[in-house]
Design a protein around this ligand. Structure first.
Ligand SMILES: *[C@@H]1O[C@H](CO)[C@@H](O)[C@H](O)[C@H]1NC(C)=O
Length: 373
């Protein structure tokens, strides 16, 4: 980078030979702010297994995607990602010119200036659900701790600048809704509207608190992935013995959440000066791939590559002592296991999130959000 700058400078000084210009150029070359200008926009990631790139693997003993066949397509070994290869934040980091983000619990974590990934498998927004996971509240606490470390590392002024330029990416709440169906599995009746609305309100209330916390610490640029089409998950169909592409009730709940979520974010935009955001319609994008897989190049869009039972929806992938099957070509599959897309599918989603039009990601795509001041 620095070399390119020098070459350009030479050309310019040849055309207009003012000593003052020369001195000015020398001064900016020596200025430490040059390296700041070259720094990429950092990325901080929060959420569940769709975004987990090793947090659970490093942070929780004997948990996370730690065994064959996870990671085989891209990493040739299990590296804590619930995919045969990369997850969405990996691709987004690449598009943004960043290295793969380090999970906060990575033993090698030192440089915080490119961003960090806090997302952890199984996490929920509501703290009483799944107590053994690194839920969103804990992730935000680790983020606060990281902000202190960052300030010590690069100084308060530089840290504040970095935090205000960074993008904060969230994929949350899916597990909170899956949990509601899990608890209801042996009951004959479907979930009452009261229960659904109560859960949505609690989740949105807590999300509001967490988003405001990140905002108070300097965050201005937020990116959200809508809750996916839960009724199409092989795991949900297996759990609720549903035969068909997508089960209506979980679909409706996900849609209710997404509608309320968009309204919440629009409201936050009016309350918080300089709050900018992207919302990616992951729901529609994944739903369409389940329904019309072949159109998107997926030979199999309902049965997972790895698992057992109907649609390979029994989450036995990697489990010792279980019998599960693994497909030979994950690239033909939309789902790698009962709840997580393949590397190939994640690449599609990431590309849409990064550069998609307003029908897929709005009001800005990530490319625009990263570039925004
Ligand atoms: C956050 O969730 C808890 C349950 O975990 C709930 O009791 C509380 O009311 C929620 N907070 C807000 C602000 O909605």
């Amino acid at each position: 980078m620095r070399r390119t700058t020098t070459t350009k400078t030479k050309i310019r000084t040849n055309t207009r030979m003012f000593p003052a210009t020369l001195l000015f150029i020398i001064l900016i070359s020596l200025s430490p702010s040059l390296s700041n200008a070259q720094r990429k926009t950092p990325l901080f990631v929060f959420g569940d297994s769709l975004y987990d790139n090793g947090m659970t693997f490093y942070g929780r003993k004997n948990m996370g995607a730690q065994d064959w066949p996870y990671g085989q397509t891209y990493f040739q070994r299990a590296v804590g990602r619930y995919s045969d290869g990369r997850v969405i934040p990996d691709f987004i980091a690449e598009y943004a010119g960043l290295p793969f983000l380090q999970p906060y619990f990575s033993p090698g974590l030192q440089d915080l200036t490119n961003g960090v990934n806090f997302a952890s498998a199984g996490s929920c927004v509501l703290v009483e659900l799944r107590p053994h996971t690194i839920n969103l509240m804990r992730q935000i606490d680790y983020f606060k701790e990281m902000v202190q470390r960052l300030k010590q590392q690069v100084g308060v002024a530089e840290a504040n600048k970095l935090l205000s330029e960074a993008v904060y990416m969230f994929n949350v709440a899916g597990n909170d809704y899956v949990n509601l169906f899990e608890k209801n599995v042996n009951k004959k009746r479907s979930l009452s509207n009261f229960k659904k609305k109560r859960r949505i309100n609690m989740i949105l209330g807590n999300l509001t608190v967490h988003i405001k916390t990140v905002y108070k610490l300097g965050g201005r640029k937020f990116a959200f992935q809508k809750v996916g089409p839960l009724g199409c998950l092989p795991s949900i169909k297996h759990m609720l013995s549903y035969k068909g592409a997508c089960m209506p009730e979980p679909q409706e709940l996900a849609k209710m959440h997404n509608t309320a979520f968009v309204a919440l974010i629009k409201n936050l935009e009016t309350q918080l000066p300089d709050f900018k955001y992207s919302i990616y319609d992951f729901y529609t994008s994944l739903h369409h791939r389940v329904l019309y897989g072949a159109t998107y190049g997926f030979r199999e869009s309902q049965t997972a590559c790895c698992g057992s039972g109907a649609y390979n929806g029994d989450f036995t992938c990697q489990k010792k002592g279980s019998t599960f099957s693994v497909c030979s070509n994950p690239n033909d599959y939309l789902w790698f296991d009962s709840a997580h897309p393949t590397d190939r599918a994640n690449q599609d989603f990431s590309y849409e999130f990064w550069s998609g039009g307003p029908d897929l990601v709005s009001p800005y795509n990530l490319q625009t959000l990263f570039a925004a001041n």
